[in-house]
Design a protein around this ligand. Sequence first.
Ligand SMILES: [Zn+2]
Length: 239
Amino acid sequence: MDAFSSVLNKIHVPKHFERDNDAMSDLNTLLDNNKAWAAKITQSNPTFFSELSKQQSPDFLWIGCSDSRVAAEQLVGLQPGEIFVHRNIANVVTPTDINCLSVVQFAVEALKVKHIIVCGHYGCGGVKASMESQEHGLIDHWLGHIKAVHQKYEQQISDLEDETQRLNRLCELNVLEQVRNICHTPVVQRAWRNNKELTVHGCIYGLENGILHDLNVPIHQMNQVDDIYQVRENGNPVY
Ligand SMILES: [Zn+2]
């Protein structure tokens, strides 16, 4: 018994924490998987975890959808410590989301990542829900950000004949808009003003074939940002 287990055994467990055998069985499967995973890595590199526990220095920040089929590290073949990850429904970046913006600030200023990747995916359920008029509850506030993208590109989307094409085009356009939103943040613009190497990319993932596509919209300097969104240190008016 390790030290943590012995401490746990001394804790009085309240009635509402009593074990549900089915739930424990599900969790035990994960715990067993974890032991096997850690053992496999340790076998090939005995100091992997002890070295990694001292620091992380990823080059990439990934902002993706929470969809369980779009697993950031696995689909780009990276190991723990190599990519910093933030995920939410439909990979949205808004100027009022303190969670996402805090991740961006930590990644850029503390970890000094060189790349931010916004990754959407075709067939995104969040994007699809945003195209519907039915009520979904609380999440409709969040989907409103994607509806705004839809409205901005309404003509381009409605010109497509097929419903799946319209959905997938909006998935792509949503990525492009979130790339722009990241580039509007003071954190990213401050990094560029200080000549830090930082590129924001947009990618989209195909659920049906597992392939990640670069949308080829890299932004790596201030003059690629629309004037009105450029924040200048000493505040000269744009006009
Ligand atoms: Zn999604």
